[in-house]
Design a protein. Structure first.
Length: 278
């Protein structure tokens, strides 16, 4: 952990002097983990309330499932889903920090109007050529993930010569591009499960400390993913313990944000890891 790490969120400094927790809230009908799906107003508010009470620092709102082979969602529908959810949460929890999980700049623009303050883009601007210009023009904190292709074909694009240096180079080029446009509030996400085999996912986790060389904030999204439940021969609903184990390993290797479906176990992992490592 590096106490100098921080981002500017709507004019306020948000520090990463200790790891943070991002709670996943999917306003979709087909996300891979069924318990993360919330579609009606009461469910959205109840889930947001539970996550905030348990210690979530950020709520990540998504309206387009990015699981492998996910169905395409029309842009107007993604805007409707996410903007309504953000507006609803902000009306009841005005101090909540909300990120919008989207690769579409138009969705991000509407989400920011509704009250989101961070953009979480699985494609790092690769699927929407307007995204980087939108991010830099609005000087909004940007979570950029490593991926190849799109959710429909990414698992066919897993051939790498040397995966760790290739991902590091990917991010270094993005950072150079953003800094050239005056943007520095970047969070990087190695993209577990996106255009990677199960073995590659574990290789990235094993070498996560190398990403600290980029001197950026590191987000890790391992929650209930197939690298856990397929290794253990279970399913997403039985993958909480495995998630906590891998999140703890990620924390020991420098993760700054845990993106999770289950907030309290992540908060507890952070507290216990801090006691052990500090």
């Amino acid at each position: 952990m590096n106490i100098s790490k921080s981002i500017n969120v709507s004019g306020r400094l948000f520090s990463f002097d200790h790891p943070r927790v991002m709670g996943i809230l999917n306003v979709t009908a087909d996300s891979f983990y069924s318990n993360s799906r919330v579609m009606d107003a009461d469910d959205i508010l109840n889930r947001a309330d539970k996550m905030l009470r348990e210690g979530a620092d950020i709520l990540d709102i998504g309206g387009y499932s990015s699981r492998p082979n996910a169905k395409e969602v029309p842009i107007k529908e993604e805007i409707r889903r996410t903007s309504q959810a953000i507006d609803l949460i902000k009306s009841h929890f005005p101090k909540a920090l909300i990120s919008i999980d989207t690769f579409r700049s138009e969705v991000a623009e509407n989400a920011l109007r509704a009250g989101a303050v961070i953009v979480n883009d699985i494609s790092a601007g690769m699927l929407d050529t307007k995204m980087i210009d939108f991010i830099t023009a609005n000087q909004v904190p940007y979570i950029a993930m490593h991926m190849r292709g799109n959710p429909q074909n990414m698992q066919k694009l897993t051939e790498y010569t040397d995966i760790i240096p290739e991902i590091l180079f990917y991010f270094s080029k993005l950072m150079e591009r953003l800094r050239g446009k005056g943007h520095t509030d970047l969070i990087i996400d190695p993209g577990f499960g996106f255009a990677k085999t199960r073995e590659q996912n574990f290789e990235i986790l094993s070498n996560l400390e190398f990403f600290k060389n980029l001197e950026s904030i590191i987000l890790v999204g391992l929650s209930r993913k197939s690298m856990i439940y397929k290794t253990l021969d279970t399913n997403p609903s039985e993958a909480l313990n495995g998630t906590t184990v891998l999140n703890t390993l990620a924390l020991s290797k420098g993760a700054d944000i845990l993106r999770v479906h289950d907030v309290l176990p992540a908060v507890e992992a952070i507290k216990l890891t801090a006691k052990t490592l500090n």
